[in-house]
Design a binder for this molecule. Structure first.
Ligand code: NAD
Ligand code: UDX
Length: 457
């Protein structure tokens, strides 16, 4: 199949940036331009200092460093890039609606609609439009309708090509995908997109489906993954109540090849921009189609997750003699998982907010998250006194005078801490609450700390 010569990607976010960088890296003959309305974000993608890219992903700086200015460009000239392109990816945000019909569940498609309208207006000749954003099943129908209303002399093929990368491992996931999924009803257009991926993905991993299966497979994959986490987190709480240990249970059930060992790590609940939003969208769609039992089934996955986050804050307060007012608590990790600067839906947000509400003084440590971002997430600027938070540079600084440490993100550097030195500067009796089950528990106990670990009965 012929290759596209020029690709334009609308949306320079966590998906658009890394995905297009890898396409540019693997396909030197294709010119890839990533566009965004957010000028600050584009400026950061163009920053000569590769440590200041707007997205932190291990290995991303090297890929961008190899391609940028060669066949990878970041620009705010949206219409110009669309006009020059023969393939346009839509990789804009699709968050949960905050008001109106379906508020709190349905996806807000205003950015998808706006970018489709811009494509309709600016495109020239024949353009393949690829849905890269995660979208409600049947969105391609709306995209086609918007594009179809364009001027004569233009034509479009619409494909669905959902992205399965996980943050923190995006480059590896993009370079070695389990599968690439392409949904569509125009075999020639599917061939063109498949030829792009064929540069580095073997043909048997490139799956072709109809549009609706492709759109729905993305929601379903995220629902299944999140469901495993809520399942093991529910069992973790049950382990704590009964004397079982969730690590041992996870190992035992994961050895069953039908269950498998992955995604069975109990924790403070799943975060990230995708799981909650995509399940709620699925729930909304099921209700829309009259499938109340199916909707209620998936909705419970999100409910259990919210409960788990509040549960952790509650048990910290309970263990600290029922009050944390004025107490210093060290928060280890604010990102929703390790190796990302992303805090969207991070469990740390809900847990920190609960503890601030109780009057705690939070000393937060995170290697990649900025003070500005934490302020936005917690709804208050850094400060002093009861119900305040500060970002500090090291675990030792956070521990100073603290009654407890809460391990919330599994950053590598939190796995091997000097527990003797840390315990020595805390106020006794001091606690470690390990919500990830990643700390060296024996060393922490040997240093005199009380230890609570997720799922340990
Ligand atoms: P993001 O918010 O990081 O990036 C989206 C970008 O699109 C923003 O920079 C925004 O300014 C830009 N944008 C919005 N409307 C625009 C317009 N009309 N013209 C130009 N630019 C516009 O979002 P993200 O995390 O990259 O997610 C994008 C999509 O991919 C979502 O649908 C998400 O569900 C899906 N997805 C995300 C992940 C993930 O791990 N983050 C993984 C798979 C799929
Ligand atoms: C997820 C999907 O994995 C990915 O395929 C999709 O494209 C986007 O959504 P992401 O949210 O980036 O990716 O990260 P993921 O590794 O799935 O973790 C999500 C959350 O679940 C994190 O908060 C993580 O800490 C938590 N998690 C994950 C657990 O608590 N236990 C586990 O066993 C796995």
């Amino acid at each position: 199949a012929p290759l596209p010569q020029r690709i334009c990607c609308i949306g320079a976010g966590y998906v658009g940036g890394p995905t297009m960088a890898v396409i540019a890296d693997r396909c030197p003959a294709i010119t890839v331009t990533v566009v965004d309305l957010n000028a600050a974000r584009i400026a950061a993608w163009n920053d000569p200092d590769l440590s200041r890219l707007p997205v932190y992903e291990p290995g991303l700086d090297q890929v961008v460093g190899r391609c940028r200015g060669r066949n990878l460009f970041f620009s705010t000239a949206v219409e110009e890039a669309i006009a020059a392109a023969d393939m346009v990816f839509l990789s804009v945000n699709t968050p949960t609606k905050t008001r109106g019909l379906g508020a709190g569940q349905a996806s807000d498609l205003k950015w998808v609609e706006a970018s489709a309208r811009t494509v309709a207006k600016a495109a020239q000749g024949h353009t393949i439009v690829v849905e890269k954003s995660t979208l409600p099943v049947r969105t391609a129908e709306a995209v086609k309708a918007i594009l179809g209303a364009g001027v004569a002399g233009k034509s479009f093929s619409v494909l669905s090509n959902p992205e399965f990368l996980a943050e923190g491992t995006a480059i590896g996931d993009l370079e070695h995908p389990d599968r690439v999924l392409i949904g569509g009803d125009d075999p020639a257009a599917i061939d063109v997109l498949a030829a792009v991926y064929a540069h580095w993905v073997s043909p048997e991993r490139i799956l072709r489906t109809n549009l609706w299966s492709s759109e729905l497979s993305k929601l379903t994959a995220n629902a299944f993954l999140a469901q495993r986490i809520s399942s093991i987190n529910g069992i973790a709480a049950f382990c704590e109540a009964t004397g079982a240990d969730v690590r041992e249970v996870a190992r035992a059930i994961g050895a069953d090849s039908r269950i498998g060992p992955k995604f069975l790590q109990a924790g403070p609940g799943f975060g990230g921009s995708c799981f909650q939003k995509d399940i709620l969208n699925l729930v909304y769609l099921c209700r829309h189609y009259g499938l109340e039992e199916v909707a209620a089934y998936w909705e419970q996955v999100v409910r259990l997750n919210t409960w788990q986050q509040h549960r952790i804050a509650r048990l910290v307060v309970t263990r600290l003699f029922g009050t944390v007012t004025g107490k210093r608590l060290a928060i280890l990790g604010f990102a929703f998982k390790a190796d990302t600067n992303d805090t969207r839906e991070s469990p740390a947000i809900r847990i920190a907010r609960d503890l601030l509400e109780e009057g705690a003084q939070l000393m937060i440590v995170d290697p990649k998250v900025s003070e500005r971002q934490i302020g936005l997430d917690l709804g208050q600027p850094a400060g002093e006194g009861e119900g305040s938070w500060r970002l500090v540079a090291s675990v030792e600084a956070a521990a100073l005078g603290a009654d407890a440490l809460l391990l919330l993100t599994e950053w590598e550097q939190f796995a091997a801490l000097d527990w003797m030195a840390i315990a020595a500067v805390m106020r006794q009796p001091a606690w470690l609450f390990d919500a990830r089950g990643r700390a060296d528990e024996a060393a922490a106990r040997a240093a005199g700390l009380n230890v609570w670990r997720i799922g340990q009965g």
